[in-house]
Design a protein around this ligand. Structure first.
Ligand code: FE2
Length: 294
């Protein structure tokens, strides 16, 4: 792996070359710290408006997504998912609500004015096209909290498992809204793994409506020692190829690790009806308007 990170935004001529070689690219200082703080504040406001009586637990391990209906319906909503360790054995919260949420998903980019504005615009459109998307469409968004002490592990996975297209076209945009370190659960990636590890599974909707992992490759993940930590500072944008194996460790520190992520696909690629996200509000980066329900 040669030089990373990049110093410029979408016009950096090395961006596509690095992304195709490594399966990821790091752009420091992409977003101003003040904007990161605005997004953090808005996420906290959304939690304050949230009625915890309508909650679901999001378990970030393969095969253990609970409350499937709530999960599936989150594709076009602002929905809240708790950290796995947020509750005691009686189902009571162990920490304040704002320190118990794992993530908000999956349509902040469509349903909230601030996140919509942040998630659209020419820079992101340009990056997507530079990376090869002919007709880039935002498919989903997530605000990830990685809470102090209880922030859950995200096991090795490929984003194309969840957002499959033919040909593969998923691009993940991941912003560090706070400094991300090995201590508070930064991303870990397998450099070049998008070319060496086949898509290992797909998360598909069966004809009876039940979601299942369809395993395509039973070989083990590469050794953990081959993965690289992405310790990045607040405001950094990380771009991830949909086939790149990645994950993050639990956060046992006393510092949160907030991040915002968007996933885009190429509208020219085939998007199967078995993908979990069918009611998603696909929209181009260029659009500042709320998309039609689809
Ligand atoms: Fe991911």
């Amino acid at each position: 792996m040669a030089e990373q990170p990049l110093g410029a935004k979408c016009m950096d001529k090395n961006l596509r070359e690095i992304f195709e070689r490594d399966g990821f690219a790091v752009i420091p200082n992409f977003t101003a710290p003040k904007k990161c703080d605005e997004l953090k504040q808005r996420a906290n406001e959304l939690i304050a408006e949230f009625d915890p009586a309508k909650f679901s637990v999001f378990l970030a391990h393969e095969g253990s997504v609970n409350d499937e209906t709530y999960f599936l319906e989150s594709s076009d909503k602002i929905s809240f998912f708790f950290e796995e360790d947020a509750f005691n054995t009686k189902g009571e919260l162990l920490h304040p609500l704002e320190l118990s949420i794992n993530k908000i998903g999956h349509a902040l980019h469509a349903r909230d004015d601030l996140f919509r504005s942040f998630s659209t615009g020419p820079d992101l459109d340009c990056i997507s096209q530079t990376l090869g998307a002919v007709d880039p469409l935002i498919l989903q968004s997530m605000y990830i909290f990685k809470q102090p002490r209880i922030g859950g592990e995200v096991t090795w996975h490929q984003d194309s498992t969840y957002l499959y297209t033919d040909p593969p076209s998923v691009i993940g945009f991941w912003w560090a809204l706070e400094d991300a370190t090995k201590t508070n659960g930064c991303l870990w990636v397998l450099p070049g793994g998008h070319k060496t590890v086949p898509l290992k599974s797909r998360f598909v909707r069966k004809p009876n409506g039940v979601m299942k992992y369809e395993v395509w490759d039973r070989s083990p993940w590469p050794e953990a020692s081959q993965f690289q930590p992405l310790e990045v500072s607040k405001g950094t944008l990380v771009l991830l190829h949909g086939l790149l194996p990645h994950g993050s460790q639990p956060n046992r520190s006393d510092r949160s690790r907030h991040a915002y992520s968007l996933h885009a696909i190429d509208g020219k690629a085939d998007y199967p009806a078995e993908n979990w996200l069918q009611r998603g509000l696909k929209q181009p980066f260029r659009s500042k308007n709320s998309p039609e329900d689809g």
